[in-house]
Design a protein around this ligand. Structure first.
Ligand code: C2E
Ligand code: CA
Ligand code: CA
Length: 767
């Protein structure tokens, strides 16, 4: 019986069970709680009503059935009341289960009342009938209102109470009861319609609420996961809300950021902008640095900040979107740096120098201050590069750059022009020209000193010197190009004067440049037009006065009639590659002369030829020269070459190889101008020379300067040791000759005392 009833209830329940899943879980829970909370009132009301019915019907209806019914109703009511609170608060059981039992109990109660309205109808007793009907209608209405939020249960209640009553009334027959029946049905339908209406409104509300909360959730999710830092601050400049990206960007946890006072941030520009957004009520952009006061992190940000209004248009605060542009900024800075700096040394480049020059020279002009510019060229840098490789060369440049920076003031600009050339710009030195010159000279001396310190790179100990061209810049706003051109000329001059020298630009230098350009042009034709001649200066044995050799010295008989000396045109030839043609001609001419002399007189003095370092650098020099000598048919021992020390320094391995190879075919080498250059006696040990030519500067002072005597003595000692001949150059007086004879009776002499350089005919006549 009980099982059947349960099954029946299940059936009814499943028919009415909500198929609509719109009910939000939260709201259904809320509904259950509401219904449960009302349980004491509703259950008491049911018991009161049931008791009233018992009182009304106890004489009319079968008391047993009525009694059973009454007890059932009271029992179910009490049972529900007891369970109600527990069910609502019991969160262990799933909501669905709790809700289902609640509904089943409600349906059971509805069924009990349905049974009553059908069975206990007090037929034939009009007063009772009326009261009974009122009771049932009251019960139905109360249930409808009470359960309206749970529509199916409310509908079951209304149907279960009114329908049996209506049918029972219809059984009474007659017009009066038929109308009563219709009224009951109509009332039921109206109640159900009202319930439905409430349901629809409720569902709509629930759906909207659901959708709204979904939107809220989505918005929250979007805000949280937006790939840009979002922050919202109020009118007091306090952060109200921010997302994950923002907290990551600043490296500060979100909790610490909320409530943060933006008045405290360090960056004034950003702070002003945040305030302006509120004051001016418009969107502003910020690109710049931001240093977090909480994490200490320093970044470059790009932020767009807009005012935030509520729905009524009142200003709430502002909202900002921030992006970390540190990487881009760094890349940009790097690119900018590279555009203005030399990549190897990180020194400013020509472009940056130009910018600084223009602005500082303009300023110097206004203040009437002199400035200056130095053009540095490292001596023999190419040689370091070729010998030790580019790595060593690069390191040398970097270290040089560091040393230069050390000796200069912050306001000075050191720039690498390229290769081994540096520019130093000393702006706004003084109002006084001579003070400015002195300062420039002082700086250049410091530079020479700094670069003269040995460099230790990859275990090589390297010595460097530099040639500096200096230009004073007046207050007329000379252009950088013009100043650089002058500095270049001055530097070039410094190189000529010897290495490690500073030369100030003077106007005559310009003249010289022009002259050498003109000379170069004419020199090109000199060979074709047969304008070059060899002169010969005798080399004489001091003891016997016998001429043992002759130094061939070049003369240029210029079409204008003047004879140009080699010291004037050889440097021009060296710069223009013409030296190779000229040098070759000298060797051919010397061989031809030698040949003529041999034919004419048999035993003749040897001829010594001067070789330019440039000539020796030409890779086919040995092959070319040996061929000329061989083809001319001269005795190779009658040809000798003079080289200076600079050749030995620049490429000592190659020089040694050349000297050795020429020695094999019988051509000897002399070391020229000995004592002037790097004068290392060690060269004498390493290279197999035949003869040392002591520079004429020592011979000139040999009577006055004891130091020179000492040096000449030392050279003579070594020469004896290695069995070298020694020639004293530039012997002009008898006194000099006598002093030399005292030092060494085997010494050879060359100089005006014996003869100036002579043309071939004069030389032969002298012999
Ligand atoms: P150098 O090799 O030292 O030549 C000696 C220079 O001293 C010659 O000058 C000569 O005229 C000069 N001289 C000789 N005796 C005396 C003296 O008693 N007193 C003084 N004050 N000077 C004396 P020159 O002919 O003007 O040559 C100058 C330089 O030009 C030479 O210096 C040499 O380096 C270079 N040169 C000359 N001819 C050639 C050549 O065919 N090829 C190369 N590459 N260079 C040459
Ligand atoms: Ca010479
Ligand atoms: Ca010489």
């Amino acid at each position: 019986m009980f099982e059947k009833l349960k099954a029946l209830l299940e059936g009814i329940y499943s028919y009415f069970a909500p198929k609509d899943q719109v009910l939000h879980l939260f709201l259904r829970e809320h509904l259950l709680v509401t219904l449960c909370k009302k349980a004491p009132v509703t259950m008491s009301a049911i018991i009161v009503l049931a008791s009233a019915l018992l009182f009304l019907l106890h004489d009319i209806v079968n008391p047993y059935i009525l009694g059973v019914w009454y007890v059932s109703v009271v029992a179910v009511a009490l049972f529900r009341l007891l369970k109600a609170w527990k069910r609502c608060s019991d969160m262990q059981k799933p909501f669905e289960e709790r809700y289902r039992t609640f509904r089943k109990e409600a349906l059971l109660m509805a069924a009990l009342w349905g049974v009553a309205s059908f069975l206990f109808y007090p037929s034939g007793l009009p007063h009772y009938e009326a009261v009974f009907a009122i009771f049932i209608i009251l019960m139905a209405s109360a249930s409808a209102v009470n359960l309206a939020i749970d529509r199916p249960v409310a509908e079951v209640y209304v149907t279960a109470l009114l329908l049996p009553l209506a049918i029972r009334v219809l059984f009474e027959g007659g017009l009066y009861y038929t109308l009563f029946f219709a009224a009951l049905l109509l009332y039921g339908v109206l109640l159900i319609m009202s319930i439905r209406q409430i349901g629809v409104i409720l569902q709509k509300g629930i759906r909207q609420h659901g959708e709204l909360s979904k939107l809220q959730k989505r918005m929250k999710m979007i805000l949280e996961q937006t790939p840009a830092g979002i922050f919202n601050y109020d009118r007091d400049l306090k952060i109200v809300e921010c997302n994950r990206a923002f907290s990551e960007l600043l490296g500060v946890p979100r909790e610490r950021l909320i409530g943060l006072d933006l008045y405290d941030i360090k960056d004034e520009n950003l702070k002003k902008l945040l305030k302006r957004v509120l004051d001016e009520r418009r969107t502003l952009k910020y690109d710049g640095p931001y240093a977090s006061m909480l994490s200490g992190k320093e970044i470059w940000v790009s932020a767009t900040v807009a005012p935030l209004f509520d729905s009524s248009g009142r200003l709430e605060g502002a909202i900002g979107a921030v992006e970390d542009k540190s990487a881009e900024h760094e890349a940009l800075e790097k690119a900018e740096f590279l555009a203005y700096h030399d990549s190897l040394t990180s020194l400013p480049n020509r472009k940056l120098l130009g910018d600084r020059y223009d602005s500082q020279i303009a300023q110097a002009g206004r203040k009437k201050l002199y400035s200056s510019l130095l053009f540095l060229d490292l001596d023999r840098f190419k040689h370091v590069n070729d010998t030790y490789g580019h790595n060593v060369g690069d390191e040398l440049l970097k270290e040089s750059a560091r040393r230069l920076l050390k000796v200069l003031r912050k306001s000075d600009t050191v720039c690498r022009l390229g290769g081994d050339e540096f520019i130093i710009f000393l702006p706004m030195i003084s109002e006084d020209l001579s003070m400015s010159v002195n300062h420039t000279l002082l700086v250049s001396q410091k530079i020479h000193k700094a670069l003269a310190q040995p460099f230790e790179i990859e275990k090589h100990k390297l010595f460097l010197s530099t040639s500096i061209g200096a230009v004073m810049i007046g207050t007329r706003g000379e252009s950088l190009d013009e100043v650089l051109r002058c500095a270049d000329i001055a530097m070039y001059h410094a190189k000529k004067l010897g290495r490690g020298v500073t030369s100030f630009y003077e106007e005559f230098m310009d003249e010289q440049i022009k002259k050498s350009i003109r000379m170069e042009k004419e020199l090109r034709h000199a060979l074709d037009r047969n304008e070059l001649k060899l002169y010969f200066q005798p080399i004489v044995e001091i003891s016997t006065g016998q001429v043992v050799g002759a130094e061939a010295l070049l003369r240029w008989r210029h079409p204008s009639g003047i004879t140009i000396m080699p010291s004037e045109f050889i440097p021009v030839a060296e710069e223009s590659q013409l030296i190779h043609q000229i040098g070759r001609w000298v060797i051919e001419e010397a061989c031809r002369t030698c040949r003529r002399w041999e034919k004419a007189r048999g035993d003749m003095p040897y001829i010594s030829l001067n070789l330019s370092p440039k000539q020796l650098r030409y890779s086919g020099f040995y092959e070319q020269t040996s061929k000329i000598v061989e083809e001319s048919g001269v005795d190779p021992s009658k040809i000798k070459f003079e080289i200076t020390e600079s050749v030995l320094i620049e490429d000592s391995d190659r020089a040694k190889e050349l000297i050795d190879r020429f020695k094999e075919i019988g051509i000897g080498f002399m070391i020229d101008d000995f004592g002037t250059g790097y004068s290392s006696l060690s060269y004498l040990k390493r290279f197999e020379f035949e003869t040392i030519k002591i520079d004429r500067s020592f011979i000139r002072d040999i009577l006055k300067d004891e130091d020179d005597v000492t040096l000449v003595k030392a050279i003579l000692d070594i020469a004896r040791q290695f069995d070298y001949d020694v020639i004293a150059e530039g012997v002009e007086t008898k006194e000099q000759r006598e002093r030399l004879r005292e030092l060494d009776s085997a010494i050879l002499c060359q100089g005006y005392l014996y003869s100036a350089p002579l043309c071939e005919e004069e030389f032969l006549r002298l012999l």
